[in-house]
Design a protein around this ligand. Structure first.
Ligand SMILES: [Zn+2]
Length: 79
């Protein structure tokens, strides 16, 4: 699994909706990829923030901005 695959499964991963095999693949990737761990932590905090203020899933515009930010990040060559 690469970073793009992790990002693609991210919302289901955080919602606990991934099947066990995929979940474990994401966990394995996160264990060695700091970039994705950062993304996961940031997304978790964003979701917690919105869950505390309103019982809704991630709003559409936040989701779009997040995906745009991730796309930009993933396009940058790794150091
Ligand atoms: Zn990654």
């Amino acid at each position: 699994m690469d970073c793009r695959a992790v990002i693609r499964e991210l919302s289901e991963y955080l919602d606990g909706e991934l099947d066990r095999t995929l979940f474990e693949e994401v966990e394995r990737h996160l264990a060695h990829c700091q970039d994705c761990r950062l993304v996961v932590n940031t997304t978790k905090k964003t979701i917690e923030f919105y869950c505390n203020s309103a019982p809704l899933p991630l709003p559409e515009d936040v989701r779009n901005r997040l995906h745009a930010a991730l796309a930009t990040r993933l396009k940058r060559p790794s150091p």
